[in-house]
Design a protein around this ligand. Sequence first.
Ligand code: CO
Length: 156
Amino acid sequence: MLEIRTAGDPVLKAVCAPVQKIDKRLRKLLDEMAETMYATDGVGIAAPQVGVSIRAVVVDVDKKTRYDMINPVIVEREGSAIDVEGCLSCPDLFGDVERAAKVRVEYISRFGKKKTLDAEGLLARCIQHEIDHLDGRLFIDIAKNITKGKPQRAKE
Ligand code: CO
C-alpha cells in the first residue's frame, strides 16, 4: 500500500503533468493506487494523492468496475447535483459539493486506447472529484457545510 498524502502537502496543490508514456511502470503505479484505494475503502484515487504529479486516476464506485483513466478530460457536463463527499487526503472531513449531474469524459486506458465514458450519479461525482485533484483542487476548497466526522444525513 502506498502512503496517502494529506491536505497541506504541496503535491496536492500542484497542477499535474500529462502522462507522456504508457508503460509497465505506469500500470504498476495504477495497480498500487487501486490497491491503496480498496484498502482504505475509497471509491477513487488520483496520482498526486500518492505523491506522483501526473494526470492519472483510478475510480471504482461499485467494487466491480474499475476505471484507470490517463489524461482524463471532461468534454461535456449536464445538470447539477449536491451531495456529501469525503477524501482520503482529508481524513474525517465531509462536506456538500455541487457537481455536474452527468459528464462525458475522454481518457486513455492503461493500454493506450482512447476511451469515452458517459457517467452519472456517484461515478460522475467521483470522476469530477478525482480530476479536480489533477488540477490541485481539493473538495474542501469548494465544499459547503464541512463537518468533522460523517454528517447524519450522509448516505454512506
Ligand atoms: Co479526493
